[in-house]
Design a protein around this ligand. Structure first.
Ligand code: MG
Ligand code: MG
Length: 260
């Protein structure tokens, strides 16, 4: 199913996107060495409830996971990249953490992910990976406008990731979003321009480049949810929800500027 949002739905999508961005930045600001992934999950739950929003994750039960997710945010650490199930793990200095959050507000969902290094450690390899996913995300967004095709976005994302030297897994990628979190069209993180669904105003898309340092192969953790790199290498992920408008693409999950 592909949904085209009307103007009132788009207004709600903007609110949902702003909320997701606010929660992610709040969680990032609170996260420090020693923070447990379960603390982050509890903070996320409280922020979602306080905003009157609904988690897209807690009851989520797709074919690729084991039973309902049962948590409010995905927390993927180091070699974990997608669907990281929160555990009682205290974060260490230099850990690469990805927070991936989707919530629904008044019936419209927004989805965003950020990766960052915990503590004072710089960990250049991780920062380079994070930068590559952020640049790929920007390239995908820049290619998004009415009349463009999904393949144009995929090609733009894939070009940046390949140029940076990372293998690309196409099993999981971006997606349409709207009244539910995951909709058609699927947006692989590499592809050929000029192919696929034609974008039009009112379409909501989640673009999400993710990479692993030296492999494209995933393995599923014993928890039945967390996807890790097959080689144990680190992984990074950046995601925004965008709306296709007459003018181009509007990013709905951009963090607000910090207060002076
Ligand atoms: Mg996401
Ligand atoms: Mg997503």
């Amino acid at each position: 199913m592909i949904e085209i949002l009307n103007s009132s739905e788009l207004a709600r999508a903007r609110d949902a996107g702003a909320l997701v961005a606010h929660i992610l930045q709040t969680l990032k600001s609170r996260t420090e060495v020693g923070t447990s992934l379960l603390d982050i999950d509890e903070w996320a739950r409280n922020l979602i409830v306080e905003a009157g929003a609904q988690s897209c994750y807690v009851d989520y039960e797709p074919s690729f996971g084991r039973g309902p997710f049962g948590h409010y945010i995905c927390t993927s650490v180091n070699d974990a990249v997608l669907h990281g199930l929160p555990h009682d793990y205290p974060l260490a200095d230099g850990d690469l953490l990805t927070l991936d959050l989707a919530v629904s507000l008044r019936g419209i969902a927004a989805d965003s992910a950020i990766s960052f290094v915990v503590g004072a450690s710089k960990h250049p390899e991780s920062l380079a990976m994070i930068s590559a996913t952020e640049r790929a995300l920007s390239a995908g967004i820049a290619a998004a406008r009415p009349g463009a095709r999904i393949g144009d976005l995929s090609a733009a994302i894939g070009a940046v990731l390949s140029e940076a030297g990372y293998p690309i897994n196409t099993a999981f990628g971006g997606h349409g979003i709207g009244s539910t979190m995951h909709q058609d069209p699927h947006i692989p993180n590499t592809g050929r321009p000029g192919r696929g669904y034609v974008l039009r105003p009112g379409l909501l898309l989640a673009l999400e480049p993710w990479i692993m340092a030296d492999t494209a192969e995933l393995v599923t953790d014993a928890d039945g949810w967390t996807l890790r790199s097959a080689t144990g290498c680190r992984a990074a992920h950046s995601e925004h929800t965008i709306a296709i408008t007459d003018e181009g693409a509007e990013i709905l999950t951009l963090p607000q500027q910090a207060q002076p």
